[in-house]
Design a protein around this ligand. Structure first.
Ligand SMILES: NC(=O)c1ccc[n+]([C@@H]2O[C@H](COP(=O)([O-])OP(=O)(O)OC[C@H]3O[C@@H](n4cnc5c(N)ncnc54)[C@H](O)[C@@H]3O)[C@@H](O)[C@H]2O)c1
Ligand SMILES: N[C@H](CO)Cc1c[nH]c[nH+]1
Ligand SMILES: [Zn+2]
Length: 432
């Protein structure tokens, strides 16, 4: 993996350019725009064409019958069922803590103010499936939606020549979702945003995917809500010589194997350690089954940056804003307050990133491409909206008339002032 040894200010510039290059790909933007437009115009017919073109599958029906989901569950290995159930329990116990109940406030005499939390009516969950099957992403998507109380949950996932992976159907059963459509990529996002003859339009689309899925979500935002840009995976590691090079290399490769565009990144104050990790990566790649994907990611998107000290490592990592950040330092917890930007943080030598991908309980659907600066992990709050309310007694309103009418007239909005004054005139009409 490329080792960068420039001064910090040059490294900061380099990572900004890399992130920008990754996040903005004009050729992908235009491909995706054309796909969305076609699906909008031609509905299911366009979905069939793209499934043939990109997934090499000739589809007649998009919806997977409930009987196929039940059968996959009946035939599944008990080990898979146990693992998914363990993950489900931990995801539920973690996400339950995110539930908001709204509030009612009566602090001022005669005034009631409050906020009511409402589940979204219909959501569409994208579960990736181009180069790997992602049953774990079903649990990460569905569980917070269910805890939020969403009524209609529709799942889409790419079709496969020999049928959608059985593990995906088993996870759908365990997650308790029955409306599953086999359609993937930008065309699936367009279908959920605009609706087709068979796929219902939803209010919000959540879930991760490759660059085509991520760009499509960005393009349909406004027509529907989206959770975030959750594109090709990223891992940033901050480590010094106290960490084990082989373990750091393995963790970097765990994310590199997701996608040729995945970004494995190490920042360390030790050039010796940098070289050890780089050598380990080369060695471990030889036997990695997905080495074609992982080595492209390591070569084209990955880097090791050598900095002067740990403070500089955090400065650089905050600028990168990685999806996952591992802090492989002694007393890792003490660095938590130095972290400004990251999707999910893994502290210490044992919290290897895949722990979070599968069983820890926090969500693995996370912002990428530098968007952890402003986006958060998927959670219960993504599936609800807030409605505010107020109620005034007449005497409570009387106390505020002066302030309201003053502000209304300063804004040149006489109608606003009169609306409030009408509550205090004999005939309900403002005399001013
Ligand atoms: N950020 C997160 O939270 C998170 C979580 C899990 C996975 N991921 C990412 O999800 C992605 C999964 O990717 P994947 O490819 O395996 O599955 P995917 O389902 O995201 O994408 C497959 C679809 O991409 C479309 N596609 C492929 N090549 C295309 C082309 N040339 N033109 C137009 N469309 C094309 C096809 O429609 C195909 O069905 C990886 O990038 C992985 O890193 C991210
Ligand atoms: N690391 C991925 C998020 O970037 C999530 C995942 C699912 N399965 C394995 N990994
Ligand atoms: Zn992963």
């Amino acid at each position: 993996m490329q080792i960068l040894t420039q001064p910090l200010n040059e490294l900061l510039q380099q990572v900004a350019t890399r992130t920008d290059k990754q996040a903005n790909k004009p050729e992908v933007e235009s491909t995706v725009a054309a796909i969305i437009d076609n699906v909008r115009q031609n509905g299911d017919a366009a979905l069939r064409d793209y499934s043939q073109q990109f997934d090499k599958v000739a589809l007649t029906d998009f919806q997977i019958p409930q009987a196929a989901i039940e059968m996959a569950y009946e035939n599944a290995d008990q080990e898979l069922i146990d693992a998914l159930n363990l993950a489900k329990r931990n995801i539920i116990s973690y996400h339950k803590k995110e539930i908001q109940n709204g509030f009612v406030d009566a602090e001022q005499p005669g005034v009631v103010r409050g906020e009511k939390i409402m589940p979204l009516a219909a959501v569409g969950l994208y579960v990736p499936g181009g180069t790997a099957a992602y049953p774990s992403s079903i649990l990460m998507n569905v569980i917070p939606a269910k805890l939020a109380g969403v009524n209609k949950i529709v799942m889409v996932t790419p079709p496969q020549a020999d049928g959608v992976a059985q593990s995906v159907l088993v996870a759908a059963k365990i997650a308790g979702i029955d409306e599953v459509y086999q359609v993937g990529g930008a065309q699936a996002i367009a279908a959920l945003a605009y609706g087709t003859q068979t796929i219902p339009r939803v209010d919000k689309i959540t879930g991760p995917g490759n660059i085509f899925v991520a760009v499509a979500k960005k393009q349909v935002f406004g027509q529907v809500d989206i959770d975030m840009i959750a594109g090709p995976s990223e891992i940033g590691v901050i480590a010094d010589e106290g960490a084990t090079a082989a373990q750091v290399a393995a963790d970097l490769l765990s994310q590199a194997e997701h996608d040729k565009l995945a970004r494995p990144m190490l920042v360390t104050p030790s050039l010796t350690f940098a070289k050890q990790v780089s050598a380990e990566i080369d060695e471990q790649l030889v036997t990695l089954p997905r080495r074609n994907i992982a080595s492209a990611s390591v070569e084209n998107e990955g880097f090791i940056a050598v900095v002067d000290n740990i403070d500089d490592a955090f400065t650089l990592m905050n600028a990168i804003s990685p999806e996952h950040l591992e802090v492989e330092l002694a007393d890792a917890m003490s660095y938590l307050n130095q972290i400004q930007n990251a999707g999910s943080v893994f502290l210490g030598y044992n919290a290897s990133e895949p722990v979070g991908d599968y069983v820890a309980g926090p969500n693995h659907i996370l912002p990428t491409g530098g968007t952890a600066r402003f986006f958060s992990p998927l959670g219960v709050s993504d599936f609800v909206k807030r409605i505010q309310f107020v109620d005034y007694t007449r005497s409570a309103l009387a106390k505020e008339v002066k302030a309201i009418t003053t502000l209304a007239r300063v804004e040149g909005l006489e109608g606003h002032a009169r609306a409030v004054e009408s509550r205090f005139s004999e005939n309900g009409v403002s005399s001013k």
